[in-house]
Design a binder for this molecule. Sequence first.
Ligand SMILES: C[S@@+](CC[C@H](N)C(=O)[O-])C[C@H]1O[C@@H](n2cnc3c(N)ncnc32)[C@H](O)[C@@H]1O
Length: 147
Amino acid sequence: MTKKRVESFQWLLLRLPSLNLLVSHLLYVKWLLNGKLGSSPHIHAKKVVIEHAKKYHVHTLVETGTYRGDMVYGTKNVFKQIYSIELSEALCQRAQNRFRKYKQISIICGESSQILPKILPQIKEPCLFWLDAHYSGWITSQIGGGY
Ligand SMILES: C[S@@+](CC[C@H](N)C(=O)[O-])C[C@H]1O[C@@H](n2cnc3c(N)ncnc32)[C@H](O)[C@@H]1O
């Protein structure tokens, strides 16, 4: 597939959450069938985060790298409070709109190493960190480059 086609498909996934969910599940099944080889897909990461939250009775999630907000959406009924930090202004604003009706979710725009020291003093209980801020191609950001 050409880079342009991949990017068009990614735009579609960004706009159609149900198609995005279907693709996530297909990638998960493919990964299982391949003997769990290669980087773990989003569904697996979400399972790991939820398992740890339940095992250690943690009610606050701090995520670096929001992207589409899939982890936030998939764990919003597990955590009482979620903070997610996104460097890309466009992705951050999109996620802020997506989750604006959820009082327990804060999507914060900025660079995670700058934002984390500002939000951590507000958190008075154990929290689970999902450190996932990295450049992932396409419209995602990275320090000193990307969008
Ligand atoms: C793999 S995606 C995150 C996926 C998301 N955590 C999930 O599980 O659904 C990585 C995201 O990190 C963002 N990013 C890259 N560097 C960052 C930084 N220094 N601070 C915050 N976000 C960053 C990128 O723009 C991208 O959206």
